[in-house]
Design a binder for this molecule. Structure first.
Ligand code: MN3
Length: 211
């Protein structure tokens, strides 16, 4: 069911699909470099250590997420950290921004009334997440779009999540994602994010998720 992106299905550290400076001025190069080479790499390395020699090494990560409550917390935190960032890099682009069209544009209008209403609700979810976590646009089991947020490195693929579905868009609201440029001003970071969303990538994920 979650085969919308075979690459994300693998336990791997994907290459960043653009240079560290590609998202300037909205997300600065230094933040991108630290975020990818230290944070994402760190989650990946810790995940590999946590599952070494266990059945999880060869198990589909979506299956692992679907029963994450049975596994050590290190698998939950670092598995989420590995997968969430892989999605995050993919749904951004230096040529991003604008308003979505095609299937995802129509679905957003249908679910939220308009793009501006969607933007307001997604922004609220991102700003309302206390402490560290993520805000998501997901496709739920009824193939409807929903907005929600999760703490820490949890995601809506996990059985422990309050909201469940397939993420097609997500924003990292950990301070490490924005502190160097925006310090404590999370609203400015979330506002800037709209300029780097790769709606073509989101549309592909949406189409796969509703298949
Ligand atoms: Mn992060």
């Amino acid at each position: 069911m979650h085969n919308f992106n075979v690459e994300l299905n693998k336990l791997q550290l994907p290459e960043l699909p653009y240079g560290f400076d590609a998202l300037e001025p909205y997300i600065d190069a230094q933040t991108m470099e630290l975020h990818y080479t230290k944070h994402h790499q760190g989650y990946y390395n810790k995940l590999m250590n946590a599952i070494k020699g266990t059945d999880l090494e060869n198990q589909d990560i979506y299956k692992t997420f679907s029963e994450i409550s049975k596994h050590p917390v290190g698998v939950r935190n670092n598995g989420g950290g590995t997968w969430n960032h892989a999605l995050f890099w993919e749904i951004m682009s230096g040529n991003g921004g604008g308003t979505p069209s095609e299937e995802i544009g129509n679905a957003i209008n249908g679910a939220f009334g308009s793009f501006d209403d969607f933007k307001d609700q997604f922004t609220k979810a991102a700003l309302g997440r206390f402490g560290s976590g993520w805000a998501w646009l997901i496709v739920d089991d009824n193939k409807k779009l929903e907005i929600c947020s999760t703490p820490n490195q949890d995601n809506p693929l996990m059985d422990v999540s309050d909201c469940k579905g397939t993420p097609v868009l997500g924003i990292d609201v950990w301070e490490h994602a924005y502190y160097l440029k925006y310090q404590n001003r999370r609203p400015e970071y979330v506002d800037a994010f709209w300029n780097v969303i790769n709606w073509d990538a989101v549309n592909e994920k949406y189409k796969d998720a509703v298949k």
